[in-house]
Write a protein that binds this ligand. Structure first.
Ligand SMILES: C[S@@+](CC[C@H](N)C(=O)[O-])C[C@H]1O[C@@H](n2cnc3c(N)ncnc32)[C@H](O)[C@@H]1O
Length: 406
């Protein structure tokens, strides 16, 4: 299993691994990183790639060679669904090895990013404050009740998740998220600013709806604005409103956007399941989200789809970019592996999005069948977020856009 079988003698191998961490885009609030920090991030990104590209595919081999035949011999049938398949995988050394290695990689990624951000916590807060104090484009709401499903989870092993702050003006959690995302996406090429999604969304909408010229765009669950800033660059004449529950994300987000010379994004603290106090009906031409839905509880999901319908104008578009429902082309073993994040990566709702048809949610919230669409775009520019794709997903790296025009 040294991988040499993939490269028969005489094969010329082009480097396809992670780029160097030093190529990561730097802005005014990006944490300072020394030699050892950079090499730690490089090492962890390489390990992440290795786990996903070399170890993960071997699990299905082991499942087909050992796990399923043993089950069939005992029960006289194949495992009926991904839940049964996952329980069987728990006894398979290849899955155990993969799972322990992947969990350790994520914990190390979080600790690496957090260490970098924590040791300069005050300096980062001061830099963010200098760029955002008194700026009306930062609208925080200290009375906001953070949804319980967010408070209860340290998402993907990230201590304090997106919202925790330990002193006034704290931006540590945002800085950690930003500087360590390199590891999470395996040092993907073309992701210096982690901004290819907005490009993909804009290109897709321009091709599908050439008359759509959004003047006001709402980005839900915007975090520190990777997607919102990307949209702002694609639509320089539009006003982008980036909403998130986490104040550290928003402070850091505005400071980051301004230091990148992007001036058309306003960062608003709010609960995207209920924005009635913040915005009136039909306030936006375009409503987007990027990797929000897989972190949402079922009741909040319904509320968010209803809010999207309320907030978008007639003729406007709502589009969500995230992992999508398992199709029946996906083997039960593959489906079981996809549920890894739910069970071992503090992403309890990940599996929900693998079984939920967004089509139904769009229609139930008021959109018509005619207006519904699914899209893919090569411009997503990074390999699958969870490393695995159906054929249709793989065209765009495992993430799809699902949307509707009103
Ligand atoms: C994976 S991040 C999204 C990344 C982001 N869209 C980007 O472009 O980088 C998920 C975000 O959703 C936010 N979130 C989840 N539920 C929310 C809610 N009900 N209201 C507001 N924000 C929410 C979290 O605070 C977190 O920042």
């Amino acid at each position: 299993m040294d991988g040499s079988a993939d490269f028969p003698e005489g094969t010329s191998v082009k480097y396809a691994g992670p780029r160097d961490y030093r190529t990561q885009g730097r802005h005014a609030v990006f944490p300072e990183t020394d030699h050892d920090d950079c090499e730690r991030f490089n090492y962890l990104a390489h390990v992440n790639r290795y786990i996903r590209e070399r170890i993960q595919p071997r699990i299905e081999d082991a499942y087909n060679a050992r796990v399923e035949p043993k089950f069939v011999a005992e029960k006289g049938r194949k495992p009926k669904d991904r839940t049964e398949a996952r329980k069987l995988l728990l006894t398979e050394p290849m899955f155990q090895y993969y799972s322990a290695f992947r969990r350790a990689n994520m914990e190390q990624r979080q600790q690496a990013g957090r260490w970098v951000a924590l040791r300069q916590a005050e300096a980062l807060a001061a830099k963010a404050a200098a760029l955002t104090d008194g700026d009306p484009r930062l609208q925080l709401n200290p009375d906001l009740k953070i949804p319980k499903y967010l408070v209860d989870v340290h998402h993907h092993c990230m201590p304090g998740s997106y919202y925790e702050e330990n002193f006034p003006g704290d931006v540590v959690n945002a800085a950690n998220y930003d500087c360590g995302f390199f590891v999470t996406n395996g040092g993907a090429e073309g992701q210096e600013w982690l901004d290819t999604v907005g490009t993909a969304i804009a290109e897709t909408l321009q091709a599908k709806f050439p008359d759509l010229k959004p003047k006001r765009i709402l980005d839900l669950g915007a975090s520190l604005g990777h997607n919102a800033v990307s949209l702002a660059k694609m639509y320089p004449d539009a006003e982008i409103v980036a909403v998130d529950a986490g104040a550290p994300m928003l402070r850091y987000g505005l400071a980051r956007a301004k230091s990148l010379g992007v001036d058309n994004v306003t960062f608003v603290q709010g609960d995207v399941a209920d924005l009635t106090k913040e915005f009136g009906d039909e306030s936006f031409d375009l409503v987007t989200s990027y990797i929000l839905l897989h972190e949402i509880s079922f009741p909040a999901m319904k509320a968010i789809f209803n809010e999207c319908y309320r907030l978008v104008k007639k003729g406007g578009v709502v589009v969500h970019s995230d992992i999508v429902k398992n199709s029946d082309q996906v083997s039960v073993c593959e489906q079981a592996i996809r549920d890894w994040d739910t069970h071992y990566n503090n992403e309890p709702f990940h599996a929900l999005l693998r079984e939920l048809d967004q089509h139904d949610f769009f229609l139930q919230s008021g959109f018509s069948e005619d207006g519904f669409f699914r899209a893919s775009s090569a411009s997503f520019g990074h390999t699958a977020l969870d490393g695995r794709s159906t054929p249709e997903e793989s065209a765009l790296g495992g993430v799809m856009m699902v949307g509707a025009i009103k």
